[in-house]
Structures are given as C-alpha cells and as structure tokens.
Design a binder for this molecule. Structure first.
Ligand code: SF4
Length: 359
C-alpha cells in the first residue's frame, strides 16, 4: 500500500515519475494531518494489518523540515493506534539526527519501520539537488541506530553502469544494509523523450515503455554476479522478497519457485527455508475463492486463468495497480491484468512484465 499525505518534491531527479505529474521542483504540500492519514489508512478497502505500507512515495520526506515533522508525528500516531503493518520510508536525502531518533523510537515502541536508501552512483546532473556525500553518510548513521536498511539500487544509466561506480555503490551498501534491491529504469510513454535525451537508445528500441524496467547490460550482469564480490550479501530483484527477508516472513506474493526466485535473487538459505516451509503448507486458491475475491475487488464476471502451479492468475480485464496489488496479497499469487493507462502508479515486476536489457 502507498500512503501519500504529503505530495510534491523540491528535488528534481531526471528519471522521476513525478516529472510527468508536475510534482518535481515544487514545495511539498501537506494534504492531511497524521491523525487523518492513519484514519484513512485503517478505513481503506485495501487495508489489512499484515500489508506493508510505503509512506510518502510522491515526495522525498526527508527533503524539508515540515515533511520530517509530519513523519515523526505520523510514526507516533501509528504507534498510538497500534498499527502493526510494516512501514517503509524511502529517501535519498540527508536524514537528520532527530529524525533518526524518531524512527528508532517508533521501532522501540513496536513499529516495524524499514528505511530504503536510494543510492545508485548517479551524479547531481541526473539527481538534481541530491547531496550524495550526505546520502552515503546515512548508511552508517541509520545502521548504528539499529534501523534496518534496504539499499535501493535503481535506476542505472549507461554512465553509472561502469565497474568503478557499481563496485563503489555495492561495497558501501553491503557494509551497512541488510540487503539490496536492484531494479531498472521505469519508462513511461510521456517521459520517454526526456529520458532519451540522456539515453538515446531508449528512443530507438521497441518495448521500453512496456518493460518492467530497462537495464544497461553491464548493470544487469553486475547485479546478477554480486555474490562473487560479496558472498552472503542478499541482492533481490523483487521488493516483496527484500521485505520478506528483512521482516523474517515468507514470500506472500507468489514469487517462491519462480525464475526470479530460483535464478535471479541472491536469497539466504534461512530465508529460502522459511519460504519452503510456508509453501508446503500453502493451499492453492480454489476457482470459487478467486471468483469471490475478484468480485470483492470490483472485477466480477471477468474471465480468468490460474496457472498449473497455482501461482499466477491471469485476469482478462483492465485493472488499477492498487487492485492488482491487493489481489496479489488477497490470494498469494502473482496477478497479470491489462494496465489502466490513466493510473498514476507504476506497473510492477510482480504483475508479470519483463525486464529489457540494452547493449
Ligand atoms: S526464497 Fe524465493 S520467494 Fe522466498 S524470499 Fe527468497 S527469493 Fe523470494
């Protein structure tokens, strides 16, 4: 689930999906108070206590004091209301000491906050307004405060897909983070001309806007061989697996046993055992349960097919990203449906789109 009570970012990263929404290089706008945020979350049709909640995905919450204050109050409110969902906060800005204290305090009171540090070795001409020295410093500072860190490594452009840059990024992350999530560049149709100015190949290649992500080949090869440089350091290509690992939970997104699980994710043996045990107890959803769940999510009377291993559901309908994500969690399967092109949120690797690798 994504919860966005503050929207708009004063930074202006060139690849950011907020560019197309007029939400970069703007003052963050506080839309609702922390108390109303929690009330709306708990009343949402998508709410369920085990579902991870990503906060402030339409801004960088660490960018300005008023947003950080909102976060501190929201964490207090989540603790007060005993909201047990895993909470994800993503940033590439400096996290001040008092905010680290607020996060650590919420964790000490039972909140399951995980911080994603978005660090990709890109320069300030792409990530405009970002202080990369301060971003690197976040790793040891948050780690020392006992806050679980996920290193978020996305996107890569050809200029950051050099051995020197990739080694510097991975070496730093592997010292402090619990794991890395590596992903490609999301390319929306409206953003393609802007992105192609920096990576011209995007404009001359079919399928970039349909791909789960676009990767320079050097980056793709590096992120699938990290075990050679840092044996034992987990690197995932699915956020859901990274979160499952950090939270000591089994996969619940239908990833277990897939090609991504078996051949791509560098996943520790203990986590694989956890997923295996959960899988042996898993009940495949029945056609009746699928039909009833689809109807509950507004997709009654649509055709669907469940794969032979019962891990992938193909729905013959247009569906919003939030509905697809909810169905995935409702049924514990990957869900493929046709994308709603007016949807402000991204498609996702869990809905079955494929990566695209450019030479
Ligand atoms: S075993 Fe597979 S499904 Fe489970 S967390 Fe690891 S990579 Fe993901």
């Amino acid at each position: 689930m994504a919860v966005n009570p503050v929207q708009g970012c004063p930074k202006s990263c060139e690849y950011c999906f907020l560019n197309e929404r007029g939400q970069t290089a703007v003052k963050p706008e506080r839309l609702v108070s922390p108390a109303v945020t929690v009330r709306m979350l708990l009343e949402s049709a998508f709410y369920e206590p085990s579902r991870p909640v990503a906060l402030y995905t339409w801004t960088d919450v660490m960018a300005v004091p008023s947003s950080r204050q909102h976060l501190a109050e929201l964490l207090d409110e989540l603790v007060r209301r005993r909201v047990s969902n895993p909470i994800v906060v993503i940033t590439k800005c400096h996290v001040p000491d008092d905010t680290i204290t607020a996060i650590a305090s919420a964790r000490a009171r039972g909140s399951r906050v995980v911080v994603y540090l978005s660090y990709s070795g890109l320069d300030r001409d792409i990530e405009r307004g970002i202080r990369h020295d301060a971003l690197r410093d976040n790793f040891p500072r948050l780690s020392a405060a006992g806050v679980p860190l996920v290193h978020y490594w996305r996107p890569a452009f050809p200029e950051s897909a050099t051995a020197a840059t990739m080694e510097r990024v991975l070496d730093w992350a592997a010292r402090y983070a619990r794991c890395t999530v590596a992903a490609g560049l999301k390319v929306e149709r409206a953003g393609l001309p802007r992105l192609a100015k920096r990576w011209p190949q995007l404009a001359s290649t079919d399928g970039v806007t349909e791909a789960e992500g676009v990767y320079p080949r050097a980056f793709w090869e590096f992120i699938h061989r990290t075990w050679q440089r840092h044996p034992g350091y987990p690197v995932f290509h699915t956020n859901s697996c990274a979160l499952a690992y950090v939270l000591d939970e089994p996969d619940s997104f239908g990833i277990y046993g897939s090609t991504t699980c078996r051949l791509r994710n560098v996943c520790p043996i203990a986590q694989r055992d956890r997923c295996h045990r959960a899988d042996t107890e898993r009940q495949a959803p029945t056609p009746e349960a699928i039909r009833e769940t689809l109807a509950r999510r507004g997709l009654g009377d649509v055709e669907f097919q469940i794969s032979a291993d019962s891990r992938e559901l193909v729905v013959d309908a247009v569906a919003a990203t939030n509905v697809i994500a909810a169905l995935t969690r409702d049924l514990g399967v990957r869900v493929r449906a046709r994308r709603d092109e007016s949807d402000g949120y991204w498609n996702s690797g869990t809905i079955g789109t494929s990566p695209l690798i450019l030479d």
